[in-house]
Design a protein around this ligand. Structure first.
Ligand SMILES: Nc1ncnc2c1ncn2[C@@H]1O[C@H](COP(=O)(O)OP(=O)(O)O)[C@@H](O)[C@H]1O
Ligand SMILES: [Mg+2]
Length: 306
């Protein structure tokens, strides 16, 4: 059996008539990785995902697995991929159990596995209810169940947290982590910064059909030269605080109550900390905060706007 290894997208483009939904995208997803596509609505995430799945044909470029041409009709490859689309249409009159049994039959899977998967996605109790009575979140869980029922090597989830309540989101994140630990490669799209920051090992930021930044969180932080925040709690704020800090060559800072926040270039951290700790200021506590995806995303969007 063919196991999906490295997935490569090379110079993929997609035109819908005159409109270009995806512009010259290159990306590599390694086996065992969690890769997130982050971007606004309309950025081109779903189109790219459908190209990767072979559901939409690229106008230009190719999708490959270890350099092989990705052939949608290759049933062996199809069997190794699970997909949760943006919107799933179920038959309202079928129960969750009947729906999943239908997918199981299609994929040649036992009923026992259906039970196991319904349990995993938290639908065991609702399994004999008609899907038409399900909330959006429950339908999303059923969608997940059909995506993982055949234990795919590559699991592709298009906006998986949509429609889930906060508990549902936490549970989904846990499931994604577990499937990944078992060796499943995961590609998901999201416009939620927290979901991406918490789950993804690799992040591709999409905007207007392009991947405008790509890498691990750390790589993105470094590429953008984002400062580290150093927060310092003082027992007293001296009257001449500004002068003291400027003498220590610390110029970008804010004071709130008895806490000073310093924006510190990455390569100056030890220098700034040593200066702060030289005994002039009465320091109670000190925290380092690396820039999160929130500020990275904001910075990237600001740079684009210029
Ligand atoms: N079948 C289609 N025909 C025409 N335009 C489309 C089609 N599918 C998507 N688009 C357009 O392509 C752009 C990207 O859409 P999509 O990939 O769904 O973005 P995202 O998933 O990031 O929200 C949007 O402007 C959308 O309107
Ligand atoms: Mg989409």
């Amino acid at each position: 059996m063919e196991v999906i290894d490295t997935l490569e997208v090379k110079h993929a483009q997609k035109f819908y008539g005159q409109f270009q939904a995806v512009k010259d995208i290159n990306l590599t997803i390694k086996k065992g990785e969690i890769y997130a596509l982050l971007g606004h609505n309309g950025a081109g995430k779903s189109t790219l995902i459908k190209m990767i799945l072979g559901l939409v044909k690229p106008s230009v470029g190719m999708i490959g697995i270890e350099g092989l041409n990705y052939d949608v009709k290759n049933k062996e490859i199809k069997k190794r991929v699970g997909y949760l689309p943006e919107r799933m249409n179920f038959y309202d009159n079928l129960t969750a159990w009947e729906t999943l049994s239908f997918y199981a039959k299609l994929k040649g899977i036992t009923k026992k596995r259906c039970e196991e998967v319904l349990e995993q996605v938290g639908l065991s109790e609702a399994r004999h209810r008609r899907v038409g009575t399900f909330s959006k979140g429950m339908q999303q869980r059923l969608g997940l169940a059909q995506a993982i029922i055949h234990r795919p090597d590559l699991l592709v989830l298009d906006e998986p947290t949509t429609g889930l309540d906060p508990i549902g989101i936490l549970e989904l994140k846990e499931m994604i982590r577990n499937w990944n630990k078992e060796g499943t490669t995961i590609l998901f799209s999201s416009h939620n910064l927290n979901d991406v920051e918490e789950l993804a090992q690799q992040i591709g930021i999409m905007n207007r059909g392009e991947i405008i930044a790509q890498g691990t969180l750390k790589e993105l932080q470094n590429k953008l030269g984002m400062p580290t925040k150093i927060e310092i709690d003082l027992s007293v704020i001296p009257d001449n605080l500004e002068k003291i800090l400027v003498e220590k060559q610390i110029e970008t800072f804010q004071v709130e109550g008895r806490t000073i926040s310093i924006d510190c270039p990455k390569d100056k951290k030890t220098q700034v900390i040593a200066a702060v700790m030289d005994g002039v200021l009465k320091v109670l506590d000190l925290r380092l905060k690396e820039p999160g995806l929130n500020s990275i995303y904001q910075r990237i969007m600001e740079e684009l706007a210029v």
